[in-house]
Ligand binder design. Structure first.
Ligand code: ARG
Length: 276
């Protein structure tokens, strides 16, 4: 373990939860009959933005669109690697209109945007991990989209099959602790039971020293975390995982996004990263 882990400054894109709500159910967390507290959601979201800025990260914002309650989950809009933007094509018809305002934002920020032909939900299922990209399938993003992403981005894509509906996006079951920009393979934290047996074996081969999370950590959205290589922005409910991360030399920074858990999202879901 390094004496002191070194953070890398990140460029994040987020979308204010002004129109956040749970109006339909497209994952087991969503209960349209249970109200969300929008002022509380806005305060929690602002605390996340403030925490990123306080740790030296750049945060830019996309204007929210009325009638798109899940647009706050910026991670799902695209995956950006080497300055190339691979856009989204949502499985649920309710979320499909989110792609356009994000594409427009990226174009006005000077990026070309690739429009995928197959269903894919950005960083929800595509997790860049240094020299390769991990990619989830099973509930949302399709294996065809994995191939499209590999072809467009020129990064090896490693497909992983998700099997538990509570962990319907890869970013609810795994996050990158360290992306190996120092020439190593990096490291991840994950919940093994969210994956098919073969995918578990793949993860064990790639990451023999991974930090393994419990179901409790995963149900507390502990794997929907963002790491800058040193600080880990993490749900305060994931106490066991935070302890393990600290043992590995990371500094957990608790940020509570409990209102967003009602929609099946957490810290990472609210955060799109631009990798140049
Ligand atoms: N309600 C949203 C959906 O089910 C939540 C998305 C959460 N985002 C994520 N990156 N896991 O699509």
């Amino acid at each position: 373990m390094p004496e002191s882990r070194v953070p890398r400054r990140r460029r994040f894109v987020v979308c204010e939860p002004r129109h956040f709500a749970v109006q339909y159910a497209i994952n087991p967390w969503m209960r349209p009959d249970r109200p969300v507290d929008v002022p509380l959601a806005q305060a929690q979201w602002q605390a996340l933005v403030d925490a990123y800025r306080a740790h030296g990260h750049t945060v830019e914002t996309v204007e929210p669109v009325p009638g798109l309650p899940d647009m706050v989950f910026a991670a799902n809009a695209a995956v950006v690697v080497g300055g190339r933007v691979f856009g989204s094509f949502f499985r649920a018809p309710e979320r499909r209109p989110e792609s356009l305002p994000y594409d427009t934002w990226f174009k006005s920020a000077g990026f070309d945007v690739y429009r995928p032909e197959s269903v894919c939900e950005g960083e929800g299922d595509f997790v860049p991990a240094g020299r390769w990209m991990l990619a989830g399938t099973g509930f949302r993003t399709t294996p065809e989209a994995h191939r499209e992403a590999q072809e467009y981005l020129g990064v090896p894509v490693i497909g992983l099959t998700l099997v538990d509906p509570y962990f319907y996006h890869l970013d609810t079951a795994l996050f990158v602790l360290d992306d190996g920009t120092d020439g190593t393979d990096g490291n991840v934290a994950y919940y093994p039971e969210a994956f098919s047996p073969g995918s578990r074996e793949v993860l064990a081969r790639l990451y023999p020293d991974a930090v393994i999370a419990t179901r409790e950590d995963a149900m507390a959205f502990g794997l929907n975390s963002v790491s800058d290589g040193r600080h880990v922005f993490i749900s305060p409910g994931a106490t066991a995982l935070a302890g393990r991360l600290a043992d590995h030399g990371y500094l957990p920074v608790p940020v509570d996004l409990s209102e967003f858990h009602k929609a099946g999202g957490g810290i990472k879901c609210c955060t799109q990263e631009i990798r140049s």
